[in-house]
Design a protein around this ligand. Structure first.
Ligand code: SF4
Ligand code: SF4
Length: 461
């Protein structure tokens, strides 16, 4: 019997080779944060991730990890990560923009591994890649020839709608699916004109695309399999939530090796958001909306838009969350499709305080000694310090879902810190407990715990 595949929507890092004008990672400069790649250079980190999934894999229940970011092909040790997962029959998929040299290790990995191990490649054609469209389509042709299920994704910014016909024709020639999607931003889809809506939707080939254009389903009345058949994993923090759209509850943590799956479908845990991610319809996660057969056809090759669906009455009558603030960016200037290198760099530098490298060379360790927690924090060559805070979370699964208690809170000066804190804590059982370190600098900015890798206190039985 064919195994079934549980989905893991895996957010790797913000780092990216693009500077799209409709993406907050480019707007904020986060695409330049190469520090976020660092953990993946360590093979012990890679084996923690593969071990987490492989130890939860059986002969009839496996994982499909859908890698997204940022640009997932930038992942150091991508081959070791994926091959480690393939060993137990798990699969991967990529949400990539393919803006890398063909000699890049990530791209070469795709040339060497295709379906079924790599279930599909969702290859976005973004505005910068359009400057050299022939290179982009040469890669698409190569990947198709190597046996990949490739889909050409195209964000339907109003200024790009006129180019769809030509791109559709190139996809038809290569027998790959052309997949235009709705611009999800602080203004769109609400601000599309009627003519723009018609232009975009006339090239849709699945229900998921229509649901996105309608603003995504309101979650108040939705029941879904998130947390049981799909999870979302953030590999910067290790945190696991039911799906990529909701930030709670925490189901576990990869680095603490904890995961508590739901038994079956349940109500959406967050009201008043849009269930707008197409994966949730393509993978039949939301009860009552199954777009899986259309997705299977899209993965296979070109789909003629003349056979494309409209919203069936039972879905059209559901409640949509049309409007603003549901997307991935602000689209600050709708006339510009991508930012210059200088603009992105400037924004990146103006947000320096949030980055881990503002701490300089750092070391954080914690242990329990005769009922007292002992925390050791060392900073060298940090930005000038003003104030240090340390907290401990009471949740024993390595998550941040419990109450925080303060271990330390005092001013400090200089660019170096050698801090040893010992504090009696209430007795607690074995588990993994998250520590939070907040560092305020003399200019009033702060590097908060959530911008840092997780610091963990481990208690054995
Ligand atoms: S939309 Fe995607 S490719 Fe473009 S900058 Fe954002 S993460 Fe990178
Ligand atoms: S209803 Fe949608 S947004 Fe809510 S948990 Fe389910 S899949 Fe996620």
């Amino acid at each position: 019997m064919e195994p079934s595949y549980r989905i893991a929507e895996v957010y790797l890092f913000d780092t990216c080779t693009h500077r799209c004008g409709y993406c907050w990672l480019a707007e904020s400069g986060q695409v330049l944060d190469a520090q976020q790649l660092k953990p993946f250079r360590d093979l012990a980190f890679i084996s923690t991730v593969t071990g987490f999934f492989n130890s939860r894999t059986t002969s009839d229940q496996k994982w499909l990890l859908q890698f997204t970011g940022g640009e997932p092909l930038l992942t150091p040790n991508l081959g070791a990560l994926c091959r480690g997962l393939f060993e137990r029959g798990n699969r991967v998929a990529f949400y990539t923009a393919l803006l890398l040299p063909e000699s890049h290790a990530g791209y070469r990995f795709l040339l060497e591994h295709s379906a079924p191990d790599v279930d599909y490649i969702m290859a976005s054609l973004h505005p910068e890649a359009e400057l050299d469209e022939s290179t982009y389509f040469r890669k698409i042709a190569q990947l198709k020839a190597r046996g990949h299920n490739v889909i050409v994704r195209y964000v339907g910014h109003p200024a790009r709608l006129g180019a769809m016909e030509a791109i559709d024709a190139r996809c038809r020639d290569l027998d790959v699916c052309f997949y235009p999607t709705t611009l999800l931003s602080n203004t769109h889809p609400g601000d599309y004109s009627a003519a723009e809506r018609t232009s975009l939707s006339s090239r849709f080939t699945s229900l998921s695309q229509h649901i996105q254009l309608a603003g995504g389903l309101r979650t108040e009345a939705l029941t879904c399999h998130a947390g049981s058949r799909v999870i979302a994993v953030n590999l910067q923090t290790g945190n696991i939530t039911p799906c990529i759209t909701v930030d709670r509850p925490t189901l576990g943590n990869v680095f603490a090796n904890t995961l508590q799956l739901h038994d079956g479908p349940g109500p959406c845990p967050v009201s008043d958001v849009a269930c707008v991610c197409d994966i949730h319809y393509q993978q039949s996660i939301v009860v009552g909306v199954d777009d899986s057969s259309a997705f299977t056809v899209q993965k296979r090759g070109y789909v003629d838009t003349r056979t494309g669906p409209t919203l069936p009455p039972e879905v059209a009558s559901m409640s949509f969350r049309q409007g603003a603030k549901i997307g991935i960016g602000n689209v600050q200037d709708a006339t510009r499709l991508f930012f210059t290198k200088e603009e992105v760099k400037q924004r990146w530098e103006s947000r320096q305080e949030r980055r881990i490298d503002s701490l300089g060379r750092w070391h954080v360790a914690a242990a329990l000694r005769t009922g007292e927690v002992a925390v050791d924090v060392q900073l060298k060559d940090s930005r000038p310090l003003q104030y240090i805070e340390l907290f401990l979370n009471e949740a024993s699964d390595g998550s941040t879902s419990g109450t925080w208690s303060c271990l330390y809170s005092r001013p400090h000066e200089g660019s170096e810190l050698d801090l040893k804190v010992e504090k009696r804590i209430t007795p607690r059982g074995p588990g993994q407990y998250r520590l939070a370190l907040n560092v305020r600098f003399t200019d009033g900015t702060t590097c908060y715990w959530y911008s840092q890798p997780p610091h963990i206190l481990r208690l054995e039985s």
